[in-house]
Design a binder for this molecule. Sequence first.
Ligand code: MN
Length: 227
Amino acid sequence: MSGFVIQQPPIVSIPVAGGGAFPVRRVYCIGRNYAAHSVEMGGDPNRETPFFFQKNPNNLDPTGEFPYPANTSDVHHEVELVVALKSGGVNIPVEKALDHVWGYAPALDMTRRDLQNDAKKAGRPWEISKAFERSGPVGLLHPVAQVGHLDRGRIELKVNGNVRQTADINQMIWKVPEMIAYLSEYFELAAGDVIFSGTPSGVGPVSRGDRMEVNIDGLKGFTVTVV
Ligand code: MN
């Protein structure tokens, strides 16, 4: 489009398995969506009302490298299944929610845990701990047309070959259709929106040189090196 008064920022996208790219509009992330992780974070393992925070679209990073961020000495891995929407709306019924899903990708919700703990104590927002540069390493996006909907299957993270996080997607407290329906009561969802669906227990710190390997049944795995 002509008329922009500065150079247009790049359109953020997630590479698609088999070719092409999925443009990203918004990034929603659910907190405490696996019971065992909720307990390790000091929360309630039962179905409390879900809560969400956001990352910036350009925090997503498919490069396979995660630069150790500034202003933290405790950056944690959180392995997550990402859901990408091809359409949206408001007040989407649970039973129609999956109609809006274009595909699924493996991802990491990297977190400056020390800053997050400070923010929680002070009752402050989480962006400083969650929405920093390259905080969302993401693998290839797989179309539903090829892999179907992922409602069960192993989700796992290894660091330097050792399993740190492992669970089954069916252990999510709020399932994918429920997350979409809930978000759509508060936000207008649209094509290009992606949702980080929460992490299982076993989150922990990484250091420069660590190799994080993400595997979710049905999706191509991906590896991220901390640099
Ligand atoms: Mn998370």
